[in-house]
Design a protein around this ligand. Sequence first.
Ligand code: CNA
Length: 267
Amino acid sequence: MAGAGISTPSGIPDFRSPGSGLYDNLQQYDLPYAEAIFEIGFFHRNPAPFFALAKELYPGNYRPNPTHFFVHLLHQKGQLLRMYTQNIDGLERLAGIPPEKLVEAHGTFATATCTSCLQKYKGEELRPAVMSGSVPKCSACGGVVKPDIVFFGEELPPHFLKYLTDFPLADLLIIMGTSLEVEPFASLAGAVRSSVPRLLINRDPVGPFVWGRRPQDVLQLGEVMGGVQALVEALGWTRELQALMAAGKTDGWQREPIRTVFSSVAS
Ligand code: CNA
């Protein structure tokens, strides 16, 4: 299970980290409250703030980091049952994790749908409008075209229900870079059998690692890249991971320069 914290080393802000998270940096949109930018009711009234943000988050602006490639390596080794991600940045796919191994629980920018006539679009078709700072409109009816990401107030995609068969089969659950505050995703942490070890790699203890610890739970607190690196070293997989990253043309363990996301959104 993964959240925004696995992509902060790629330069994408998360929601809730104090100071750097999106919720602390949305002042320029004059929102009634921070979460409104991802609420479907607010979007229907005023889609512009969301699309200003989407311009920054749009796939193509950022690269996967070793955390994403670690999950790909788990897959290569036949150890990945499924990756459940809350992220909408598409970095899992870019790192080469096959789509059938992914449950993008909060949707994806890869496809989009007209909010009026439901015509389907590829995410790439929206790119020119989004990058020019305008709201993409449907070529058939002129309605607003919304990327297929799940807003607060919308249903999760049907394939989220795969968890009903996946989680009872897991023999290890790794949870990385998430505050476990968004339901129903957060509750998946309790869906593995009670004997199954759960490893949390995160800056802080979250969710059941605070209020419902199980005896076999393991916490690796700190930076996600450091935690993953320690795990990969313990497994003796460092060279294989480096080879995978080299094939994926990413920049090793080094943190990529953080783009000044908010100043460019403001401009
Ligand atoms: P969140 O609520 O912002 O929590 C992030 C968690 O990750 C916090 O516990 C942080 O302490 C932790 N964290 C952040 N950076 C690191 C790091 N470098 N090392 C270790 N821990 C770190 O984000 P969640 O994913 O839990 O919340 C779910 C929302 C966020 C979903 O709906 C996402 O769609 C949404 N989101 C996604 C992205 C993305 O796609 N990259 C970006 C921002 C928000």
